[in-house]
Design a protein. Sequence first.
Lengths: 374, 283
Amino acid sequence: MSLLSRLPYPLRMVVPTALFCVVIAALISGLSRQRLVPSLVYSLCIGLSCWALIDGSRVLGARLMRRLRPEREEHRHDWPGWPLMLASLALCVPAGYTLGSSLADALLGHRSARLWQDGWRELSGVLLISLGASVMATWFFYSRHRLAASRTEAEQARRQAAEMQLRLLESQLEPHMLFNTLANLRVLIALDAARAQTMLDQLIAFLRATLNASRSGDAHPLRDEFARLADYLALMQVRMGARLRPRLELPPALAELPVPPLLLQPLVENAIKHGLEPHVDGGELIVSACLDGGRLLLEVRDTGAGLGQAQQTQETQQAQPGSGFGLEQVRSRLLTQYGAAASLRIEPADDGRGGTRVRLLLPLPSPSYPSHTP
Amino acid sequence: MTPHPTALIAEDEPLLAESLRQELATLWPELEIVAMAAHGEAALDAALRTLPQLLFMDIRMPGMNGLEAAQALAEDWPEGRPFPLLVFVTAYDQYALKAFEQAAQDYLLKPVQRERLAQTCERLRQALQQRAAVGMNGGGLAAPDASTLDAVSQLRRLLAAPGLPEALGLPARAAAPLRLLQVSVGQTIHMVPVDEVLYFEAADKYVRVLTAKQEYLMRASLRELLPQLDGERFWQVHRGVVVRADAIARAVRDEAGRLSLHLRERPEKLGVSRMYAHLFKGL
């Protein structure tokens, strides 16, 4: 099979078609006690003529369908769909039979029955064999083709997943953040060794969590999620000083709920990058969890720059440079994990203190989970 | 000439600012740090107040970033004084680094290595000596202003580098230019076609939008608005002013060499800053 698929296009299909014809000829001559060589010549001529006509109509049909309905994926792989294919079989088999048998007549010096002269009845057996063989051959090529196409698709999906993972890692280990943190660490070592050690421990925990999350992606308890955010915020606080005033609010009753690892990380990064960092006075950053109508509500809000009027006139994702990937990634993780049961909303905070609020609603792990009031 | 060379450090991260000050004190004891600034606006104010000879400028800072602050300084720098020698400081920024190298602009990478800083100090010392020599050889009044013009053209080259706005977290140029502005006045939203706008002017957290007959206030910054405008039709002529090119009637140069624009449909005159004077070369 793999040897066949390496052949150039017409040979790739002519060779199995010819083999198929040889088998049919052997069967027919065995059953009807006719001589093998003429059977072989007729079988090959008829079979290859049928193939040429059917495959030609397949390619032309697919081209036609591509023009008519370009959105269908299968048309892109030279497959016009079964209805057109069956119609072409019904036409091409009699035509192929006529063509092939005339060719074999010329080769062998016989004169075999003609469709239009000798009537259908006598030839129905041969025609049925040709038709059956053609349907089977078409089915055979179709399924092989489908197999190859689905293999390509799987390959493509794998490549996309790997690319996504790399981009995720790249966005989490943002070089600017990393080098700035190291620059601060370098200074702290000389100034305050104990604080430098604490900072290094936090950096290690952050790096470990980031690498683990990008590798396994297994859910971890909300408690751990908040602990990793605390590490990250502590690192950012060394850099930003009093401009970053973080607050983490996790009710103990919710601490064990499982969440995808580092789900909130991009949202916290966005709040700092777009909300607090551009703001001269910085602001508060509040990450909180509570139950809301039987669902888990996670909220990340800042009192920073907020979404400007110019930004609101466009799609939020495009307007905030760099945040597009972070949000998109959280959205796609929610979609694969929870489907329509989870949601993400980003909006200006409406309590008069300015800034932006992102709300994540996740379904609780099982309906039997005891509902607590936060 | 002051007896000691003077420098200003603009850096928003307190630990890094302090560390740079200490390193400079060791490597270049005569250098006097006249001010430290924690954000772009503070750096601009401090630089205009203290007129330092050197400026260490962090790029990513809250509010105005380092490049914008340098640009604003080039616009407002007093005539007849030599423009400070600029050293940009940045953590990993691929695009920024490429831009600096292309513009032959001095820069330091964070974490700042002592040897690298020593090299930079040596270069700066030589550049200051050269300036002093030119000043004494009777370069006259032209020399300081030439240094400002050099800085202006270098900054212009830097700002034109592709990918730089994105690297600095500034809004990227919009795919399709804005055609309609939505300006809210009380409970009403006015739809103002961009074609009717004569010019935009930055006003604190707002942008003043001026048409032939009306004036609106839009809650946005010029920095956000600018990448959404068609750069062929709307020209920035000052860090706070963007004019529709075909609304300009004429550009007039006064005795001090300053350019101002007269508009067709409004009486105001708009000043063109040094950064954008090259747009009106033909006049």
